[in-house]
Design a binder for this molecule. Structure first.
Ligand code: PLP
Length: 378
């Protein structure tokens, strides 16, 4: 089976699993305990935090371990609203992940107003359109760094700077879940207050993530019940999960240039292999991250193609939420103004450093054959 759904999740890397194992077995202490077991667990957490801080260009004490991207995003937005004295307004985009959109819907029920900025057709949100939506009561602006369906990159450093110039008291959050491992994420050169990350997109464990909170940012914790994570996220830490995230980041950092080049090579090889098919369109823009390639196959429904590909040994996705086994049309592609016929025939192929060039060539051949067969039998 060739796995081309790495934007959904990636396989746990054996080195990461090995690093985690000690914290699932012998080093099982509670990091808040003062005895040796506790100190051992605390040392694991501290080491992971330092590894990640070094890669992200931030202070270790600006990082809060969470249960993943969704929790980080929820805490970022809800915490920004709770802290802001007059903040009743959020600016975000209509191409965000449901973690952002559904948190905004929840806050709307509590009386918060949300402005959804539309992306351009290439999935990119312009800095000017974000700034134009800011009001005097805007508590937080939230824009994803990389879109999970198209791979489009937003100019997040530029957006953060422009928001601060327009409205210095407004917090800036970015969902960086798909950015980690695909674009530079040096927080020292960005004026972000808050950023969300997840381990399982970079060969780390599921259920482990991070919230970056810039020192001094006006943000309020949302999970109460203990003083863990310097009072910013209560609950005994998932030590093995945090250690796994640290190991996954360190592994990626140690081979960054090769890692990004490999993704480019695999993406190109796959696209070259299928681009001779007539009536297909590359939905991902030319400068998308190399890990994501979204393609429309005219006249073929994505469910049909995905099922046939699954039978032939290729796992991909429609890049849309799969609820109870039924595919919803992509809100991202709709937000980018793609026509319903194109949306219904779009498939997302996503790569990781587990994907070999041979996988890319073989998968492209299978896609070509299946598309030709489906068109032949129409
Ligand atoms: N944001 C984006 C852009 C994602 O792709 C995902 C995962 O699919 C999330 C947030 C949610 O992250 P997690 O699965 O760690 O909760």
């Amino acid at each position: 089976m060739i796995y081309l759904d790495n934007a959904a999740t990636t396989a746990l890397h054996p080195e990461v699993r090995q690093t985690m194992e000690a914290y699932l077995t012998d080093a099982y202490g509670n990091p808040s305990s003062l005895h040796g077991f506790g100190r051992q667990a605390r040392a694991g957490l501290d080491h992971a935090r330092a590894q990640i801080a070094q890669f992200l260009g931030c202070r270790a004490d600006e990082l809060v371990f969470t249960s993943g991207g969704t929790e980080s995003i929820h805490a970022a937005l809800v915490g920004a609203i709770f802290k802001h004295p007059h903040g009743r307004h959020i600016v975000t985009t209509s191409a965000e992940h449901h973690a952002v959109l559904d948190t905004c819907a929840f806050l709307t029920d509590l009386g918060v107003e949300v402005t959804y900025v539309a992306p351009q057709q290439d999935g990119v949100v312009s800095t000017a359109s974000v700034c134009a939506a800011i009001r005097s009561d805007t508590a937080v602006v939230s824009v994803m760094a990389v879109n999970n369906e198209l791979g489009s990159k937003n100019p997040i450093g530029e957006i953060a700077h422009a928001v601060k110039v327009t409205s210095p008291h407004t917090l800036v959050h970015s969902d960086m879940v798909q950015a980690l491992g695909t674009v530079p994420t040096d927080l020292s050169v960005m004026e972000l207050d808050l950023a969300s990350f997840s381990a399982h997109k970079i060969h780390g464990p599921k259920g482990s993530g991070l919230l970056y909170v810039r020192k001094g940012s006006q943000w309020h914790p949302v999970l109460h019940g203990g003083a863990q994570e310097r009072g910013r996220r209560a609950g005994t830490e998932n030590v093995a999960g945090a250690v796994g995230l640290g190991a996954a980041v360190a592994r990626m950092a140690s081979r960054w240039t090769a890692h990004v080049q490999d993704l480019h090579d695999v993406n190109e090889a796959f696209w070259e292999g299928i681009s001779s098919l007539p009536d297909i369109h590359r939905n991902s823009p030319g400068n998308a991250v190399p890990s994501i390639l979204n393609v429309a196959f005219d006249g073929i429904r994505s469910e049909t193609l995905l099922m046939r590909l699954d039978l032939e040994g290729v796992a991909a996705s429609a890049g849309s939420a799969c609820t109870a086994g039924s595919l919803e049309p992509s809100h991202v592609l709709a937000a980018c103004g793609l026509l319903p016929g194109v949306i219904e025939s779009s498939v997302r192929f996503s790569f990781s450093d587990d994907t070999s060039l041979e996988d890319a060539h073989r998968a492209a051949t299978i896609v070509r054959d299946v598309v030709q067969q489906l068109r032949h039998h129409r």
